[in-house]
Design a protein around this ligand. Structure first.
Ligand code: FES
Length: 586
């Protein structure tokens, strides 16, 4: 569609530069005291009179040496700035908190909402006409998209890119799918300490985020599919020169978005969200994406029930052959054409008229996209699986839903009934999972309680409950495991997670006892605790809510205001007022 047609259709608003006031003009063009102060203080940093008449582009740089996945961001920022200057804007870099998965305790999910608040308030409080949001590690891109949805000033996402494939003995290694694999085999006694150390050195050999289709790669793909990042951005490896090129183009494009006043809410429509969900399902994307997409949608004032994910998953073939559900990694995905090539395959199922940060529609963006390696990106006619990666389960164990990444489940466990082995908390799990006396066999169902949003706290990625040592040495590598926790997008196995309501608020998960029978049937989306309603009511009489983990500060705020997993784990007060009323009253 041409610009004129989009303007006719009301999709593109009036070009503002030189016509209406930019936000920065109110700071720099006024002749009063504050205009004087703003100009004077800004010029002291080396900006000229000519500079402060240009659109101001905030560059949200989340570089941190505490966040390995963002360690190269200062270089990317230089390229973004080059693009901003070239397009006639003036770049101003600012920091926010930066959340890296490996270090943050108790879990990065505790800080996602804090980062979203930090980013939103920085965007709103300063003379910024548009912003480049640079993220990468798991929680950073969702936090930035949530902030962009709420602040609604012109914004574009630049992701930092995946690491190059790890290499060892001619084999490709992936973080962190192989982190689990190596430590599992070490625990089983199949590899030595020395071999483990060699693997540690080989797996992460470049800048960038995890290179399997984990949460970071999923969220980078979502940023692109939803229209908030330039086409092709997600899969370019971090050290590849083409990431520098796209950084510069991103800098140029944000100035164009400001000129045309294209804002996040013009882009992240309900249809764009559906495109993002479809790409996630076709890619075998992370279960964490569900929580984040719900949170983003709610920031935009729209509910996003889990049924929507299940419906789209059921009609979307799984066509991307990437680990942990498939064979390859992000480097091969990039060479095969990346997200644009995948979206081209899915085009008949996509909303092609959604506006994107290119200023063009999805269909226009995909005009020249094509797949260069058919073993990496399959056709819809010859998929890896006829359905998408994630299934939503219902039943008395999770009346508000639970998730399973069905593409990563061992085939024999897709329909399974077994007796529960219950752990009351993460600490109880750690204390007893390898106890030789634990009454467990390969048909048991491992149940972990009190690992949800309030329970753990902040829903850590511990849903990949370890296989007990005594079963590991017998060769068992997968079992049905249920929790109210999350899992890393790099996890694999029969892992049922996000059970809602969580145990800590009295969900039925809290009432499971050792020996109870539990039935899983993925095909019929069923997760059932085979205990009568009368018996559950009886058990509920003696249930006591666990004590909160915090008695002050941000932790207490999180505990008191976080929503359940099926509502995106956002804080209730960050939702638009009308939606907040509707959700909390229902
Ligand atoms: Fe940052 Fe895996 S640790 S993406």
């Amino acid at each position: 569609m041409s610009d004129a047609k989009r303007e006719e259709a009301g999709e593109v608003k009036e070009v503002k530069t030189g016509a209406a006031k930019l936000k920065s003009e109110a700071y720099f063009q006024e002749k009063d005291l504050w205009g004087f102060i703003h100009r004077s203080f800004t010029k002291s940093m080396g900006y000229t009179e000519e500079d402060i008449r240009k659109p101001v582009i905030g560059i949200c740089n989340t570089f941190s040496e505490l966040n390995k996945c963002h360690s190269h961001f200062n270089e990317l920022v230089d390229y973004v700035k080059r693009g901003v200057w070239q397009a006639g804007g003036v770049p101003m870099e600012f920091p926010t908190i930066s959340i890296g998965e490996p270090y943050v305790k108790p879990t990065t999910m505790l800080l996602r909402n804090l980062m979203a608040m930090d980013t939103e308030e920085m965007m709103k409080a300063h003379p910024i006409d548009g912003v480049v949001l640079i993220g990468g590690c798991d929680k950073t891109v969702p936090a930035q998209l949530m902030a962009a949805a709420s602040a609604n000033i012109p914004a574009i996402v630049l992701t930092g890119g995946p690491m190059l494939n790890g290499r060892l003995g001619g084999r490709s290694l992936g973080a962190c799918t192989d982190c689990y694999g190596f430590t599992l085999e070490h625990k089983a006694g199949n590899i030595t300490d020395e071999e483990l150390a060699v693997a540690e050195n080989a797996i992460c050999r470049s800048d960038g985020h995890c290179m399997v289709m984990g949460t970071a790669s999923t969220m980078a793909s979502i940023a692109e599919a939803i229209g908030m990042a330039l086409p092709g951005c997600a899969a370019i490896p971090a050290p590849d020169s083409r990431r520098r090129h796209i950084s510069e183009r991103t800098g140029k494009q944000i100035v164009e978005l400001v000129r045309r006043d294209i804002r996040p809410r013009d882009i992240m429509t309900a249809e764009a969200l559906e495109n993002a969900i479809r790409v996630t399902m076709a890619s075998g994307g992370s279960t964490n994406a569900i929580i984040h997409l719900v949170a983003i949608s709610q920031r935009l004032g729209r509910k996003l029930p889990l049924e929507k994910f299940d419906a789209i998953s059921a009609e979307t073939p799984f066509i991307l052959n990437l680990r942990p559900s498939g064979k390859y990694q992000m480097e091969e995905y990039f060479e095969a054409g990346g997200v644009p090539a995948l979206m081209k395959e899915l085009e008949p199922l996509l909303h092609g008229d959604c506006l994107t940060v290119t200023g063009m529609t999805v269909t226009e963006n995909l005009a020249n996209a094509r797949t260069l390696d058919r073993d990496v990106i399959r056709t819809m006619a010859e998929p890896l699986d006829s359905q998408g990666g994630i299934a939503v389960l219902r039943g008395n164990l999770a009346p508000d839903g639970a998730l399973i990444k069905q593409t990563a489940v061992s085939p024999q466990l897709k329909k399974h009934t077994g007796r529960a082995v219950v752990f009351e908390s993460p600490a109880d799990l750690n204390a007893r999972i390898d106890d030789p006396e634990l009454d467990v066999d390969e048909n048991s169902v491992l149940v972990l309680k009190n690992a949800g949003p309030k329970g753990a706290p902040a829903m850590p990625e511990i849903g990949q409950i370890p296989i007990p040592q005594k079963l590991l040495v017998k060769g068992v590598r997968d079992m049905v495991r249920i929790s109210d926790a999350r899992i890393s997008g790099t996890s694999y196995g029969a892992l049922i997670v996000h059970a809602a309501p969580e145990a800590a608020v009295g969900g039925n998960l809290a009432l499971v006892k050792d020996g109870d029978e539990i039935e899983l049937d993925i095909a019929s989306r069923k997760l059932e605790l085979k205990v009568s309603p009368e018996e559950l009511a009886e058990r509920r009489k003696s249930w006591v809510a666990p004590e909160p983990h915090y008695d002050r500060g941000y932790g207490l705020l999180f505990h008191e205001r976080v929503l359940q997993a099926n509502l995106g784990c956002d804080f209730d007060f960050l939702l638009p007022k009308e939606l907040r009323k509707e959700l909390l009253e229902s």
